[in-house]
Design a protein around this ligand. Structure first.
Ligand SMILES: N[C@@H](CCC(=O)N[C@@H](CSC=O)C(=O)NCC(=O)O)C(=O)O
Length: 279
């Protein structure tokens, strides 16, 4: 692992690393905030998955998570959203596919299957790497994210309930298999057989019997993607039918930006901390 930057913040350390990913077959970059409590022993881990067009940097620069992470004594890791760089298949003019749009799935179709393996990267490779290098308590992990990253967080938590004790999302894509901005990507990554899309769709996973202990979702009412892309009411119906306690907060006047995310960031970190530390 190569340390790209390190800055003291809130008594802890905000760092950025690059490493060679065997899973994505390219170098990958991630940000990690280590709270000062790590000097006294292993701390819980909170994974933050970013949305379309993002790298590890958007949440690190604009998410404003460090004060809450330091207060609660949790590490926060912000991975990249896709493989990227020379030789990685991409559509540079399409912000909803390719670089910055990995959708946290393992592609099965050529030419994407070799590199676009973000589910395996987030679930397997990166946790193993950070566990090897930092005193993290990998028995206490939570996951959250924004938009495409909210979809990633909820689907990963639904499929790995033993791994992720807590899950929350800001403006998640709740049903990517029917949304206009994700269907073309799913078809290119996974093929035209839509039954193979179900493991990457929150509402389909819930319909297929996957469960969460509970779930926090914040959604801005002035979000331009609300009606066509996000549709939290679909998740609300799925959770109600399955008996999953969903705390859906519709935030009056907030949009899709990091101004919205940073406003409610501390509440999300505390929500996770209560489940990871205080219970
Ligand atoms: N380029 C697009 C807007 C892209 C956008 O809004 N991306 C969001 C995530 S959308 C769902 O996954 C984001 O987090 N952007 C990064 C940021 O720093 O705000 C357009 O022009 O409409």
């Amino acid at each position: 692992m190569e340390l790209l930057s390190s800055s003291k913040a809130f008594g802890g350390s905000q760092r950025v690393y690059r490493h060679d990913s065997a899973v994505c077959a390219c170098p990958m970059t991630f940000a990690i905030f280590l709270p000062h409590q790590i000097e006294d022993g292993p701390v819980p881990v909170l994974w933050y998955l970013s949305g379309l067009t993002c790298t590890h940097q958007n949440a690190m620069d604009k998410g404003e998570y460090r004060a809450a992470a330091a207060a609660n004594g949790v590490a926060i890791i912000c991975p990249d959203t896709s493989p990227r760089g020379e030789g990685i298949p991409d559509e540079p003019d399409n912000w909803q596919f390719g670089s910055g749009a990995g959708f946290y799935l393992d592609a099965t179709q050529e030419p994407y299957a070799k590199n676009y393996r973000m589910e395996s990267y987030i679930r397997d490779e990166l946790p193993a790497l950070v566990a090897q290098h930092f005193p993290l308590d990998m028995g206490r992990q939570g996951i959250f994210g924004h938009s495409m990253g909210g979809h990633g967080a909820i689907t990963l938590a639904l499929k790995n309930p033993q791994r992720y004790t807590s899950v929350s999302a800001f403006a998640p894509i709740t049903q990517p298999s029917t949304a206009g901005w994700s269907r073309p990507a799913f078809e290119k990554y996974l093929g035209s057989d839509e039954t193979t899309w179900r493991p990457y769709d929150s509402t389909a996973l819930i319909a297929d019997g996957h469960r969460l202990r509970d779930l926090l979702v914040d959604q801005g009412t002035a979000d331009g993607f609300l009606q066509e892309g996000l549709r939290p009411w679909l998740l609300e119906v799925a959770c109600a039918q399955a008996g999953i306690p969903l705390e859906l907060e519709m935030r009056d006047g907030y949009d899709h930006s990091y101004h919205f995310i940073s406003t409610f960031m501390a509440q999300h970190v505390s929500w996770h901390a209560r489940r990871l530390i205080k219970e």
